[in-house]
Ligand binder design. Structure first.
Ligand code: PMP
Length: 368
């Protein structure tokens, strides 16, 4: 069967090599004679998998043993709960930069546990840009940011140093580029975009943060217990952790610099088409704030949008419909999307635009 090009925002396309190796492990995990789906989380082969994954996270993020590397259940939203459960309490305040839907959801969840201060927001312009970086009060328990805004297509490319613990949701741009990860007291990412299969979250926490956690949280929800016992507080997502290890190996083999270079080239190509189009319009016009990961745009009319989706489908391209809150289109350019995938999409866009803008030959049937 011919593989489609999957530009979905997550779960997202995975590299064919990763799918291949994951499929082998489903049949026979590391030549053990049993499937990874049957493998005990207490077995040595699985312990080795976790250790290798942690070493690769440290290597690729440029961080040392000062950080705990945890694989946790519950996706990104579970971290919206766990971060304030562990680091916020009555009488304390957490600061948030409201750069989009996920940032505001993280803030709304934190309100269950303590005071929340929105220090800056771009909600008034429907998140079509990043808010101006604010003054950060020194007494905050932490400052929470979302490095990439999956729905609206903005991304923080420069993050100033702050004097309070900085905690980042990196769900949609983790390991897509080189970054100074040592700036962060904690960062986390649901892995179903750049780093694996849905249902698993990578949480990286600097060890000094663990001493701030009260002992009155149950083990599953307590980073301290998770750090001491992980991955054994409960039966973890054995298969998901292995798929993330395969993604980490894939990134490592390619090299994080090469991954970043390709991600930049893919985004540049696509934004150049949008900036020069008579049919498509980029949603984020502040170029410095544009996401390399989620490119969001609209077309002139709803009819044209519908025909373009048909054109994509006829060319085995899926996942370009925009999020319901932003409408239009969203093309997600995560690590596993190749330059060729983007060039194929651009060829379809160019052909579509030519037919739309050429009154002599209106589009009738879409196909290759
Ligand atoms: N944060 C960001 C930036 C996201 O894009 C998403 C999901 N798209 C989430 C959090 C929520 O992740 P999950 O669905 O795994 O809970």
């Amino acid at each position: 069967m011919k593989q489609k090009i999957n530009f979905n925002a997550g779960p997202a396309q995975l590299p064919p090599e990763v799918i291949h190796d994951a499929a082998i492990a489903v049949r026979n995990f590391k030549k053990t004679g049993i499937s990874i789906l049957e493998t005990s989380h207490r077995s040595q082969v699985f312990q080795d998998t976790v250790e290798e994954s942690r070493a690769l996270v440290r290597k690729l993020c440029g961080i040392n043993d000062d950080y705990e590397i945890l694989w946790l259940p519950g996706g990104g939203r579970m971290q919206f709960c766990m971060v304030p459960m562990n680091f916020l309490s009555a009488g304390k305040t957490a600061g948030f930069i409201d750069s989009g839907y996920w940032a505001s959801e993280a803030a709304a969840t934190a309100r269950f546990y303590g005071d929340v201060k929105i220090l800056a927001s771009s909600k008034d312009s429907n998140y079509d840009r990043l808010p101006i970086w604010p003054e950060v009060p020194k007494e905050l328990a932490y400052l929470h940011i979302t490095t990439n805004n999956t729905i609206y297509g903005t991304q923080c490319h420069n993050i100033p140093d702050v004097k309070v613990p900085l905690i980042a949701d990196m769900s949609s741009d983790i390991l897509s580029m080189k970054r100074d990860y040592t700036k962060y007291s904690m960062f986390y990412a649901a892995v179903q975009k750049n780093l694996g299969a849905a249902g698993l979250t990578l949480a990286v926490i600097r060890k000094d943060m663990l001493s701030k956690i009260s002992n009155s949280l149950p083990g599953m929800l307590n980073y301290k217990d998770q750090a001491t016992e992980n991955p054994l507080v409960n039966t973890p997502n054995v298969f998901g952790i292995y798929v993330s290890l395969l993604m980490l190996r894939w990134i490592d083999e390619k090299g994080i610099d090469a991954v970043e270079k390709e991600n930049r080239s893919k985004a540049e190509l696509l934004y150049a088409v949008l900036d020069n189009s008579k049919v498509f319009k980029p949603i984020v016009t502040v170029k410095a704030d544009r996401s390399l990961m989620n490119v969001c745009f609209t077309a002139n009319t709803p009819e044209i949008e519908k025909s373009f989706l048909d054109a994509c489908e006829a060319n085995d391209i899926i996942g370009v419909k925009g999020h319901r809150l932003a409408s239009g289109f969203r093309v997600s350019l995560y690590n596993a999307i190749s330059l060729e995938d983007v060039q194929t999409l651009i060829a379809v866009m160019n052909k579509f635009e030519k037919q739309i803008t050429d009154p002599v030959a209106p589009p009738k049937k879409w196909g290759r």
